[in-house]
Design a protein. Structure first.
Length: 397
């Protein structure tokens, strides 16, 4: 490993998306991530389609670069092995329903007895405290309860789930950030600590603008399509052959006159209803048909060329295939090929981390179930082949 986290070892007890996404980022950054899975079953995401050459591409998308060992944590030998692994590890991450780790005999207090320096991360839907703490949660539940679905979609329409797993991914990002911060603090104090990350909490944090408008201005945010709630135009418009996103700069350098000239509507430049971004937002119902009709006059690429020449921020609304073939994505090497030990080569989205001195190298696909059990037990715990075979016979591994 050559990344900035080279030398950091992570025990990954997470499943599906929230936790695995965070630990994959740590792996991208150079950490050794040991994914602990149930013997014979593994992470339930291994069964999620589409399946290509026997491999779950869903599982691949959030588990690349990790090692996999199988361990029955419902058995005392399995718990003892995990505690031994914790002694030489820096981070332990789990995303079970609160109380599960305690029932397994793997509470923070017990793990800390074996390694006071360990960063123990408990990720869950609602956190380790509060009236909802013991509720199970999935991405759509968190999106629904966190408010994002109420402000996503077209005005007057039903609540819409964003096209990505927003609840899981936002939670995973905060979980990763918290781990990095705790590792830095440990460099000063020499001590580990317990981190409690709630997916619902993370939704409140990322919806900062919606909450601050409600809490301080009394405005109840609602779904308004692709446009911005504060300034206009700042949205996607239909063109002759697709869609384009346009975001005008406002304030003292308001680009409104330039934009009006570009769309051949200089007659509305000085209209008092549209003088500022906020006025245009207030009078959106009158302005929207004018802009929409004007933008249909040219193709997306024609508009991109013309507006970019004027310095007006814009971009095509791309499909996933269009993004995958975009020259900027190619220049940044954001689509790469990785190799799986049994299923061969796959293309995946690359890590966005770019470091000048400690580059992040994504080379391995996701691990096969239990692929590294023998390696980890023999090398890290110095167990003999006889001891490992006995654990296999007992179905501990």
């Amino acid at each position: 490993m050559s990344g900035p986290l080279a030398g950091i070892r992570v025990i990954d007890l997470t499943q599906v998306l929230f936790g695995p996404f965070a630990t994959m980022l740590l792996s991208d950054l150079g950490a050794e991530v040991i994914k602990v899975e149930r013997p014979g079953l593994g992470d339930i995401a291994r069964g999620n389609g589409p399946i290509v050459r026997g491999l779950s591409t869903y599982f691949l998308s959030v588990n690349r670069g990790k090692k996999s060992i199988t361990l029955d944590l419902a058995s005392e030998p399995g718990v003892e092995i995990l505690l031994k692994l914790a002694e030489s590890s820096d981070v332990l991450v789990e995303n079970f329903v609160p109380g599960t780790m305690e029932k397994l005999g793997l509470s923070y207090e017990r793990v800390r007895e074996h390694n006071p320096r360990i960063i123990y991360v408990a990720g869950s839907g609602f956190g380790q405290s509060g009236p909802y703490a013991n509720k199970p949660a999935f991405d759509i539940i968190i999106q629904a309860m966190g408010g994002i679905m109420s402000i996503t979609g077209e005005e007057g329409g039903p609540p819409i789930r964003p096209g990505a797993s927003y609840g899981d991914i936002a939670g995973g990002l905060f979980l990763c950030i918290a781990i990095l911060a705790a590792l830095e603090e440990r460099n000063r104090s020499g001590e580990g600590q317990l981190i409690d990350i709630s997916m619902l909490d993370c939704q409140v944090t990322v919806l900062e603008n919606a909450f601050v408008r409600y809490l301080n201005a009394g405005e109840i945010p609602r779904a308004i399509g692709t446009r911005h709630p504060v300034t206009t135009p700042f949205q996607a418009f239909p063109t002759r052959d697709g869609y384009i996103a346009v975001a005008l700069r406002g304030g003292l350098r308001d680009q409104w006159p330039l934009f009006c000239a570009a769309i051949n509507r200089i007659d509305i430049i000085d209209d008092p209803r549209f003088q500022t971004g906020s006025r245009r937002t207030q009078n959106y119902a009158e302005l929207e048909p004018i802009l929409t009709e004007a933008m249909k006059a040219k193709t997306t690429q024609e508009w991109v060329t013309e507006l970019e020449q004027l310095g007006i921020p814009c971009g095509p609304v791309n499909t996933i295939p269009e993004v995958a073939s975009d020259p900027q994505i190619a220049a940044r090497e954001m689509i790469i090929e990785v190799s799986h030990s049994k299923a061969g080569k796959f293309k995946v989205a690359n890590t966005p981390f770019k470091f000048s001195r400690t580059p992040c190298m994504v080379e391995r696909a996701c691990p096969d179930l239990g692929e590294h059990t023998q390696e980890v037990l023999s090398q890290l715990l110095v167990m003999s082949n006889e001891e490992i075979n006995k654990l296999k016979d007992l179905r501990v591994i």
